[in-house]
Design a protein around this ligand. Structure first.
Ligand code: AMP
Length: 140
C-alpha cells in the first residue's frame, strides 16, 4: 500500500475536489481533467495501489459503489451509457498509484469504440490458450 497519494489528500480534505459520494471505506469525486461532463473517479479510501491488492471485501464494496455512483452519474448528465475502466498498474497506463475506477459518460456523439480497437491484438495458438487457462485456474 502507498503511504499517501494525491487521492488520500483529497479524502482528507487537504486538496479540494467535487465530492459526489462518500461512505466508510469508499469515496467518489469528479475527475479534474474530465473526458466528458460527469467523468467521475471511485476509490477506496485506503491507498491500495492495484485492484488485486485490495482485501476481497473492500474490492466488493468498491464495485458496489461503482454501480451505485454510475447510476447517479448517468441520471445527472442524462447519459445513455458509460465507459467504466481501471488502469491496473503502470504498464496499463495507471498514473496515480491508488486504485481508481473511471466512470466516463458516453452520449449519442460518443467516439468510444470496442476494446479490440484499442490494442493491436495477440495471435495465440489453442494449446497455449489451454496452458494459460490452466495456470490461471491453479493460481487462485
Ligand atoms: P489514471 O491516468 O488512470 O491513473 O487516472 C488518474 C486520473 O486522476 C486522471 O484522469 C486525472 O485527471 C485525475 N486526477 C489527477 N489529479 C486529480 C485531482 N486533484 N482531482 C481530481 N482528479 C485528478
Amino acid at each position: 500500500m502507498s503511504d499517501e497519494t494525491i487521492f488520500t489528500q483529497i479524502v482528507a480534505g487537504e486538496i479540494p475536489s467535487y465530492t459526489v459520494y462518500e461512505d466508510e471505506t469508499t469515496y467518489a469525486f469528479l475527475d479534474a481533467h474530465p473526458l466528458a461532463p460527469g467523468h467521475t473517479l471511485v476509490i477506496p479510501k485506503e491507498p491500495y495501489e492495484r485492484v488485486n491488492d485490495m482485501p476481497p471485501e473492500l474490492a466488493g464494496h468498491v464495485f458496489q459503489t461503482v454501480s451505485k455512483v454510475t447510476e447517479a452519474v448517468e441520471h445527472a448528465v442524462d447519459a445513455p451509457a458509460t465507459t467504466i475502466a481501471f488502469n491496473n498498474g503502470e504498464e496499463a497506463g495507471q498514473e496515480v498509484p491508488h486504485v481508481h475506477c473511471h466512470i466516463i459518460p458516453q452520449f449519442s456523439d460518443s467516439t468510444a469504440k470496442p476494446i479490440h480497437t484499442l490494442f493491436p491484438g495477440a495471435d495465440i495458438a489453442d494449446e497455449e490458450m489451454e496452458a494459460i487457462a490452466e495456470k490461471i485456474r491453479s493460481s487462485q
